[in-house]
Ligand binder design. Structure first.
Ligand SMILES: NC(=O)c1ccc[n+]([C@@H]2O[C@H](COP(=O)([O-])OP(=O)(O)OC[C@H]3O[C@@H](n4cnc5c(N)ncnc54)[C@H](OP(=O)(O)O)[C@@H]3O)[C@@H](O)[C@H]2O)c1
Length: 299
């Protein structure tokens, strides 16, 4: 095994493969990284077959396929196509993490869960979670992970409710999770929703503040407020990027983007390292990222 170099093929449906992912792969020890951009779903089978046959079967797992992009459902469909091409003994490893969203969402929910410990009986189970920026790739998967952990999740859009309803319907089919939908187009919309929230997840576009101090003042049941936007201003007023459980004015704990980002980095780094060194083919998705994130925050 040692004589065969690990290879990482990074595939994206977008015009550019993410430089972030290339950097992460190098930091995880890959020295051979091939980027493929503007890849179409229908090209995945041929491309995967081209990756899997050149090496002897006992070296196949060291060939890694990383699927990026900015759409969770498309990335998962691309992975499904790739897996449909694989068969023993020519099985390569596959890691899906579009726009870093699977590892980011996993880190976010693991951090939220840790902050809930001792503050809410049952942790995430039954907790009312509102996800702002829910049509985004990070927000959508954070919602799925929270729902799979037993939370009652509402997808909130700043546009119209139909966009998030479509996403909820897609995720019901894919992951068998029930996600409620809501729109909060203005201050009034946010004020109407927030009194119910025990946890808010701000997953909005970089540099956009979604929840102000005035909005938060009506969130009387709020226990944890987590934000992934690292570009000022923060997505939630009063939650700074490095905050890791800072108490906010109303008593809730704030988690900032760099606190989440630090854990996300460790998760993606470790999963890439596992793929680089494995002797058996790996199939890595957001479930694996969440399991690892949970174990890292507990350590
Ligand atoms: N901390 C980390 O480690 C880390 C890692 C990766 C990404 N990120 C950050 O995570 C966030 C989400 O990433 P993404 O790729 O999912 O983001 P995105 O696609 O750029 O935006 C996410 C969502 O933000 C909402 N939005 C857009 N403009 C808005 C506005 N003017 N006001 C309110 N909401 C608006 C939209 O959702 P609705 O239409 O549904 O409202 C959009 O789908 C970004 O800030 C990104 O930089 C952080």
């Amino acid at each position: 095994m040692a004589d065969k170099a690990p290879i990482l093929h990074i595939v994206s449906p977008l015009r550019h493969v993410s430089p972030f992912d290339v950097n992460m792969a190098v930091d995880a020890g890959y020295t051979t990284i091939l980027p493929y951009s503007e890849v179409k779903l229908e090209e995945m089978v041929d491309l995967t077959q081209d990756m899997m046959f050149s090496r002897a079967p006992d070296h196949a797992s060291r060939t890694g396929l990383f699927i990026g992009g900015k759409d969770a459902s498309l990335a998962l469909d691309m992975a499904k196509e790739a897996h449909s091409a694989l068969f023993p003994p020519f099985q390569i490893s596959v890691f899906v993490d579009p726009a870093g969203s699977f590892t980011t969402a996993a880190a976010m929910i693991a951090e939220v869960e840790r902050k809930l410990a001792g503050r809410r009986e049952g942790g995430l189970k039954g907790a009312k979670v509102q996800v702002y920026g829910a049509t985004g790739v990070v927000g959508g998967i954070a919602a799925v992970i929270a729902a799979q952990a037993g939370a009652h999740v509402t997808l909130v859009s700043h546009r119209d409710v139909d966009t998030v309803r479509l996403k909820a319907a897609d995720f019901k089919v894919r992951f068998d999770v029930d996600l409620a939908s809501a729109a909060a187009r203005d201050d009034e919309g946010k004020r109407a929703l927030l009194p119910e929230a025990e946890i808010v997840l701000a997953c909005g576009k970089a540099g956009v503040q979604i929840l102000s101090a005035e909005h938060l003042s009506v969130a009387r049941r709020l226990l944890v407020a987590a934000d992934v936007n690292a570009v000022p201003p923060s997505g939630i007023a009063g939650v700074e990027a490095l905050d890791d459980g800072k108490q906010l004015a109303g008593g809730a704990l704030g988690i900032g983007a760099l606190a989440i980002g630090h854990l996300k980095y460790r998760v993606q780094h470790e999963l890439l390292k596992r793929m680089r060194t494995t002797d058996t083919a790996l199939n890595i998705g957001f479930e694996d990222a969440f399991t690892l994130a949970r174990s890292l925050v507990a350590a």
